[in-house]
Design a binder for this molecule. Structure first.
Ligand code: ZN
Length: 442
């Protein structure tokens, strides 16, 4: 009997994982006595417990209403507010024309400290993005999860000089991450190759006719990829993109073209001579569009932050007759979309200010949704959490604080419902159930 035990324990020693792995053995953690804002848009609940094990939320209940499992490590945080990790639905982290992108990781680390736990990268240098995305999926990584896009557009789009450096010596339009699509392209092969780069979605960008957008979208969905479209694909209009079945439309400013009879047929002709007065942001064309988006579940990635900066761009550089008028139109159209029940995601199209340690611009996007587009703070938070997860196609795992989802949480010192700017009062960031950053400065 003794001998048997000894043999068994030796066997266990041999089979035991290395010590570091033992130290990382996931344990159960309870965050208690917090006010919970779960990301669904539901009213905040005070004195709640979030129970976490193996990186996932295993239960959510009023503190004290259930016994905690034995050995649970308790973080009692009375007076704090917990929201889901923020999702920036529109970033470009790797667009250095020289292809180095040495700052990408530093900026992502800064974004994580600013409460951003996932991002949707809407096109960049795939050679830089693919390894970053792989690293970002590791549990407890020090950067947000990165989901990125491969670009598809019509051949004329690739005359754009920006595409040359991103092709890495290949011909823009003829590499899997920058693919020129025509009626004779083998779409199944093009989608397969795009997926093989590690991309989660296809960015359907410009110079594509509606029938081709529809064929690409059908094939992408068959192969399990998302289709992340610009709102105007020239000549394909927003309503035609929705009918084609795309999952997300980016840039509320571009919804304008839905109401213009002679919309440009190509991206490079897209300068508008209109001052945006010709289309009513809450009028019939827009209402019909929003009804269709709501029916199909199409997400609007509004990108208020980047477009708001058109107002301060030097005269003549924005391509707009009256940038301020256009930006006001954009706020109005997002307000109308929201009132019509369209799912709006929060994407900045400019993740970080100039320095990695600055406050990520997602907080500015939240503020604009509240102050300019009529969202309540809870609705804005849902846009930057659950709706962002929908844009990524990750709503089963991310975006809200409910049983079963990945434990990505942000702990705030001040109530974001009192003032949306309080989303910056970050005390700690939890990714995969691990406290990846704690703000000791406050
Ligand atoms: Zn963009």
């Amino acid at each position: 009997m003794h001998r048997y035990v000894v043999v068994l324990s030796l066997a266990l020693q041999i089979a035991a994982p290395p010590r570091a792995a033992v130290a990382q053995t996931p344990r159960t953690v309870a965050v208690t006595n917090v006010t919970l804002i779960d990301g669904t848009g539901a009213e905040p609940q005070s004195a709640m417990t979030v129970l976490i094990a193996n990186g996932r939320i295993v239960d959510v209940f009023p503190t004290g209403s259930q016994a905690l499992p034995e050995g649970t490590s308790v973080r009692d945080l009375p007076g704090r507010f917990v929201i889901p990790g923020l999702i920036d639905a529109h970033v470009h982290v790797a667009t250095d024309p020289a292809g180095r992108d040495s700052n990408a990781v530093a900026f992502l680390q800064g974004a994580l400290r600013g409460g951003v736990t996932s991002v949707r990268d809407m096109a960049g240098d795939v050679f830089a993005l693919a390894p970053i995305a792989r690293r970002s999926r590791e549990a407890g990584a020090d950067i947000p999860r990165v989901y990125f896009a491969a670009v598809m557009a019509g051949p004329t789009f690739f005359e754009d000089p920006r595409t040359r450096s991103a092709a890495h010596g290949g011909t823009p339009g003829r590499v899997p991450w920058l693919r020129a699509m025509t009626d004779t392209t083998d779409i199944a092969l093009a989608v397969r190759e795009a997926k093989a780069t590690g991309a989660t979605g296809l960015k359907v960008y410009a110079d594509l006719a509606p029938a081709l957008v529809a064929r690409i979208t059908t094939e992408a969905h068959t192969q399990g990829m998302k289709v992340w479209s610009h709102a105007m694909i020239y000549p394909t209009r927003p309503s035609e993109a929705i009918l084609a079945g795309v999952d997300v439309l980016s840039h509320a400013l571009l919804l304008f073209w839905e109401g213009v009879r002679d919309a440009p047929a190509r991206y490079h002709q897209s300068v508008t001579r209109s001052a945006y007065d010709s289309v009513d942001a809450g009028g019939g064309a827009m209402r019909a569009l929003f009804a269709r988006m709501r029916e199909r579940g199409t997400v609007l990635d509004a990108t208020l932050f980047i477009s708001s900066r058109l107002e301060t761009s030097p005269p003549g550089t924005s391509g707009l007759v009256d940038p301020s008028r256009a930006v006001r139109w954009m706020y109005d159209v997002v307000r109308s979309a929201h009132e019509a029940g369209v799912t709006v995601a929060a994407g900045t199209d400019g993740m970080m200010p100039g320095v990695p340690d600055g406050v990520p611009n997602i907080h500015r996007e939240l503020e604009l949704l509240v102050t300019r587009a009529g969202f309540t703070p809870l609705e804005a938070i849902r846009a930057a959490t659950l709706n962002g997860a929908r844009a990524l196609g990750q709503e089963g795992d991310l975006g809200s604080i409910v049983k079963g989802k990945i434990a990505d949480l942000v702990v705030l010192r001040a109530d974001p419902c009192d003032n949306i700017r309080n989303t910056t009062s970050i005390e700690g960031v939890i990714r995969d159930g691990v406290l990846v950053w704690r703000n000791r400065a406050r």
